[in-house]
Design a protein around this ligand. Sequence first.
Ligand code: ATP
Ligand code: MG
Length: 571
Amino acid sequence: MHKEETLPQPLVRDGQSRDFIRAIIAEDRKKNKHGGRVITRFPPEPNGFLHIGHAKSICLNFGVALENDGVCHLRFDDTNPCKEEIAYVESIQRDVKWLGFDWGSNLFFASDYFDQLYEYAIKLIKIGKAYVCSLTADEIREYRGTLTEPGKNSPYRERSVEENLDLFSRMRAGEFPEGTHVLRAKIDMSSGNINMRDPVLYRILHSSHHRTGDKWCIYPMYDYTHPISDAIENITHSLCTLEFEDHRPFYDWLLDTLQTPSHPQQIEFARLNLTYTVMSKRKLLKLVNEGYVSGWDDPRMLTISGLRRRGYTPNSLRSFCETIGLAKRESRVEMGVLENAVRDDLNDTAPRAMAVLRPLKIVITNYPQEQEEELVIDNHPKIPEMGQRTVPFCREIYIEQDDFMENPPKKFFRLAPGREVRLRAAYLITCDSIIRDEKTGKIVELHCTYDPASRGGSSPDGRKVKGTLHWVSSRHAINAEVRLYDRLFMVENPEADKEKNFIAHLNPESLLPLTNCKLEQSLLNADDTNRFQFERLGYFCLDSLESAPGRLVFNRTVTLRDSWEKIEKKS
Ligand code: ATP
Ligand code: MG
């Protein structure tokens, strides 16, 4: 386990429940419902990587279990062999663990229940609550009616139990092509709730399954599988997102009709939506497949693996999920809330370092050519336990190009001809002259002089020096590529216009790679579990995938708010 992965602590606040779900559970426990036990589950379909919305569901399900001495199951809802893959199963487990949660021995797959699900289907047929329907998919849709009009009964609805049993077993035996028959529940075609109009329970799919191979050629539908899986696992509270509210009557009908030994309680909450992004796996898959991003773990993607690569910590995602809370109504959370969560976390945990992203060379003409010295700098301005490091200084250094202006406006407190600034923890320097490329006239370097009496950056005679710049010794600097990111989409809600493809809103400038960056020496030992604050520039981490011996690639996790101001006052 990496050192960053402090385990989530149960959150109990003065006996008060944080949200309506925790209130329901507290009440249930008080009444000794389910024998006072709490068993939840997180049920991903392995058809994509997990995203930040899933993190909300994971934090809720595992969090509630932790707080109530319960357990949370990880159950793969793998009922659609056409879209699912082992690689997704593995990435999901990695992501849940990384977030800091542990399912212990409670790892399950809906496909492990295929035999039981089949037996339950036989039971439904035998009690006259399910039938084999031979309408085509289009006809089923047509017969289903609309929100305002009732549906009508399938002509196959009154098949005898014997005929249904025979047809269903032949469906299983592979006698029929796809689309010729389905098994449907027999409920009520005139129900106001479309989900109760004889929903499909099984369809024929001549596809291999990543776990059951070719054993099955009929596969249960999600709405049929999910309640039964919950019941088999003795789940007490089945927490899901609001779109399942209309499915709850079927959830309850099914378990009541089958008289399963356990009947979990389904409770819905609003899913997480964020501004400037899309959240559905289908859309994320499109971004990946069509090459708009480099993969599921592209640092611009709001997948858990993308956020991890970007430098987000498990702690920051958990605290984000806590901040947004739970509601019964859909809303869109500001991306800034997520960015603040990681900023707050890294502000307290990330050591500081200096890096120059767009270097401008400075020659300190009165500093001896051969001289070098080691300056001692705190790793964190407020946390002495984080220690100190030494940073080398010599005659030639780099500063940021935009920390110099030839003709500065009045309020520019950085370097300019004739002006004096402080080099962070080093010396005061004054700019004497600009050296240009003879042909292009472009600035190639600045010549400055330093005040030897200002070592450490203090003013020897109390003269005021407002600006403080970060810098890197040119002789000791290490080269790196640094990638700056902006939001992947240019508009708050890329899905707002149903007519327009969300792809049209992609931000063409969401990735800015800078290839000639100069980093302080100490960053040579960084690994991808470390995060740093590059002073004045933001929080950064090593890119786990693209860095290699001799090639350093850093990602900017997030920009700084304005923590520089404080450091200036201090020095
Ligand atoms: P998507 O809509 O992104 O394709 P999904 O609901 O199909 O997601 P599942 O793998 O079925 O993905 O989701 C697993 C669990 O995560 C479900 O219980 C689902 O309700 C929950 N979940 C998915 N998206 C969100 C979200 N945006 N906010 C909160 N919970 C979510
Ligand atoms: Mg789903």
